[in-house]
Design a protein around this ligand. Structure first.
Ligand SMILES: [Zn+2]
Ligand SMILES: [Zn+2]
Length: 358
């Protein structure tokens, strides 16, 4: 990839374009704030893309086969200007490319690039998390069938031994890209997408998962919890976060049962915040997104190297089919919808990038 393209990729998500009406607003901070350092993190780089609700929804519809502007529009009901702007941003970022539509040399359509298609395992890992914890009485919206023929419940596994990964069995050390880098103040102050925006369109376990971790600060608090950050002061110092924002995000994460509060001292009373079973289960989706960020955004220098304690080897997280234990991708998976697709502007196009419908 050329230096120019790389620069554009970064700019596409970090500079924060002017948002048209109806879009998630991007705010610029007042000029010349002091430089704030942030841990280099491939998950953060990936979450930065997916935490923009519109960008996420557009990529999701592409996995359902949408390629044309009007198909995206029908499925999501976005204002034209917003959709145009986000498609442009995602194309600049290398997630989509434009190609002539089949049967019409004049009309262009949006197709996922290899990089975009490679987001599929992250979507599936988030979907499985949402299915397990957030599906509610209606149950999971989709059922997956793998090319091996089994109804699949994919899991995040170890590339060395193919066993399922849990947070407690992984150790980590600094990789070649470890360290901290200054944060662009514009990015820091960008207002998060309203969590309700993720619910637009079809019912989706990925959307439900992103409502929890798609907010930048919530995500960072969860990440620090995986690094052992439990106490207010440490979280505040590590993240350079305003106390009122930290209080708010901790309350949200307690509300969604990702964290629980435990008293660790009586006089004065002090509490710490620990990951619950739900919170620990976010580990799989997080390291899957990390692997994507390592592959596409880390310039060959992953900030973190993971070791699987069970097999003793360094590994890359893979999303594996629980039937055949092979890695899944968008071409090897079909799905069955457990809802009425007509109610959500289901695209008619069937593309090579779409998991075939049953
Ligand atoms: Zn292993
Ligand atoms: Zn399989």
């Amino acid at each position: 990839m050329s230096a120019v393209r790389r620069r554009m990729k970064r700019d596409a998500f970090e500079a924060g374009p002017v948002a048209p009406a109806g879009a998630a607003p991007f705010q610029r901070a007042a000029p010349a704030p002091p430089a704030i350092l942030e841990r280099n993190c491939s998950v953060a780089r990936t979450v930065r893309i997916l935490s923009d609700a519109w960008a996420f929804l557009i990529i999701r519809e592409a996995f359902f086969g949408a390629r044309r502007f009007e198909t995206f529009r029908a499925a999501l009901g976005l204002p034209r200007a917003t959709l145009t702007e986000r498609l442009r941003m995602l194309t600049r970022a290398g997630i989509f490319h434009q190609a002539p539509a089949s049967g019409s040399a004049k009309r262009l359509e949006y197709r996922l690039t290899r990089e975009g298609l490679d987001l599929y395992p992250s979507f599936i890992a988030l979907m499985q998390f949402g299915d397990r914890w957030l599906a509610g009485a209606a149950g999971p919206p989709l059922r997956l069938v793998h090319s091996c023929g089994c109804e699949s419940r994919p899991f995040v596994g170890c590339s060395a031994c193919s066993e399922a990964i849990t947070a407690g069995e992984v150790t980590y050390r600094d990789g070649p890209g470890a360290g901290k880098a200054p944060v662009d103040p514009a990015r820091r102050s960008r207002r998060a997408s309203d969590p309700a925006q993720f619910e637009r369109g079809r019912p989706s376990s990925v959307s439900r998962a992103l409502q929890i971790i798609g907010d930048r600060w919530s995500f960072l608090v969860i990440r620090e919890a995986f690094f052992g950050g439990r106490r207010f002061d440490r979280l505040q110092a590590e993240l350079n976060i305003a106390p009122n924002i930290l209080t708010d995000r901790l309350a949200r994460l307690l509300g969604s049962r990702v964290l629980e509060r435990r008293k660790y001292q009586d006089a004065p009373e002090r509490f710490e915040y620990r990951l619950t079973g739900i919170g620990r289960d976010l580990y799989g989706p997080m390291i899957t997104m990390m692997a994507w960020g390592d592959r596409w955004l880390a310039r060959g220098k992953p900030p973190l190297v993971l070791t699987h304690a069970r097999c003793g080897r360094d590994f890359t997280p893979l999303v594996l089919c629980d039937g055949c234990r092979r890695p899944i991708d968008s071409r090897s998976m079909k799905y069955r919808m457990c809802y009425d697709p007509g109610a959500f502007g289901e695209p008619e196009e069937e593309g090579a990038t779409a998991p075939g419908r049953l």
